[in-house]
Write a protein that binds this ligand. Structure first.
Ligand code: SF4
Length: 382
């Protein structure tokens, strides 16, 4: 059997169901696989389901080339009960569920040599696991699965374990190195030695000094993140999704696009940075998890690693900016863990695109698919 590797917290995950503050049973595409749909054609809906249809399959619809559960007018799964339990599970047991509902928030990435199991951050119970875990450990790729790309991923993940520097600094440094290695691959000069050199202590130290000398004004970063967040939210706004969260931040985002007092905003930026720093350890785990799960696609090349890294960086900056807005809306008080968790879940759901959709989004939104380091540094800031 093929070897399966997973992070050390993976097996501790359990769905907290009715205690969940941000259930996955609403405002999502809940996929129904063909086999489940066939079974559902022969099953009646439980009596408590509000709108009665002839069978369970009649609650599904086709969307974006697949079959999904048709959500009700409040964008909720029709099988979700008032006390936030699944009526299908109550009536028929877990085996009635579609593959998506059974495995969420787990994902398996199948490589030729091994399989990687991950938990996705779009579930609040996963964030809680990270917050409780003293020492999160990601597995090493088995010997026969190791190659230049897994080596790069491992070294980039290692950089996020450096407690001495901020996530922002690590993002700036690691993306710079990744771009250089991508260039080397195009020139056919990528080698193990080259990778070792780029990630060596001396090279990273030099890079750090060079980056520290660059001026990255906070207000430029804030303006760009503010635009990006509004762009990202457009379709969700149109469909009326995530309104409980988006209505708390988007009006302020729009207002900031019009005007603000620069000195006041600079000060707020500095105050927020202190709040953000409190969660550095948790955010570092989040970043490592994202790199472990998304940086390396089973059939991906170095360009796809660059694209995925851009997406991860954008996701991180959108989480940070949405929380900056929420924190200002709430009167610039303490940033509570629960608020951080909510917006982390929100943004990871909003950016949880398939690889093809990420390419499409980036192609439509930016002049170049592969960003220059300067653009990433603009949205990441310092
Ligand atoms: S989001 Fe996570 S904890 Fe909440 S209902 Fe879904 S799987 Fe369970």
């Amino acid at each position: 059997m093929m070897e399966r590797i997973k992070p050390n917290y993976y097996d501790r995950f359990t769905c907290i169901a009715d205690k969940c503050t941000f259930t996955c049973c609403q405002e999502w595409k809940i996929a129904v696989d063909n086999e489940t749909n066939r079974k559902w054609k022969k099953k009646y809906p439980p009596q408590e389901v509000k709108v009665q249809r002839k069978n369970l399959s009649a609650y599904t619809t086709k969307k974006d080339g697949g079959r999904v559960i048709r959500l009700d007018e409040e964008h909720k799964c029709p099988f979700l009960s008032e006390n936030r339990l699944c009526r299908l599970v109550s009536a028929y047991g877990d085996s009635v569920l579609s593959e998506t509902c059974t495995v969420f928030p787990r994902e398996v990435h199948r490589f030729e040599t091994h399989e990687e199991e991950v938990l996705m951050p779009c579930c609040p119970a996963v964030i809680d696991l990270w917050a409780e875990e003293e020492n999160v450990v990601f597995p090493e790729v088995p010997e026969n699965g190791r190659n230049l790309r897994t080596m790069i991923r491992e070294k980039m993940m290692e950089m996020f374990r450096n407690k001495e520097q901020s996530i922002e600094e690590t993002l700036l440094e690691s993306f710079y190195i990744l771009l250089e290695l991508y260039q080397a691959e195009q020139e056919d000069t990528l080698s193990e030695e080259r990778i070792e050199n780029y990630f060596s202590r001396e090279a990273v130290k030099e890079l750090k000094t060079a980056i520290l000398a660059i001026d990255l004004p906070f207000l430029d970063t804030m303006d760009e993140c503010n635009e990006l967040l509004q762009d990202l939210a457009v379709n969700y706004q149109k469909e009326g999704l995530y309104q409980d969260y988006l209505t708390k931040i988007l009006p302020l985002a729009e207002q900031l696009s019009e005007r603000y007092d620069a000195d006041e905003m600079e000060q707020k930026g500095q105050d927020f940075a202190k709040q953000w720093e409190k969660y550095r350890k948790l955010l570092a785990v989040f970043m490592e998890n994202e790199l472990f799960s998304d940086l390396l696609m089973p059939d991906g090349d170095l360009e796809s690693m660059v694209i995925q890294m851009q997406w991860i960086a954008m996701e991180y900056t959108m989480i940070r900016h949405s929380l900056f807005l929420k924190w200002m809306q709430d009167g610039c008080r303490d940033l509570a863990y629960e608020t951080l968790r909510d917006y982390l879940v929100l943004i990871t759901r909003m950016t949880g695109y398939e690889e093809d959709d990420i390419y499409e989004y980036l192609e439509n939104s930016f002049d170049e698919l592969v960003w220059e380091w300067g653009y990433l540094s603009l949205i990441v800031g310092k």
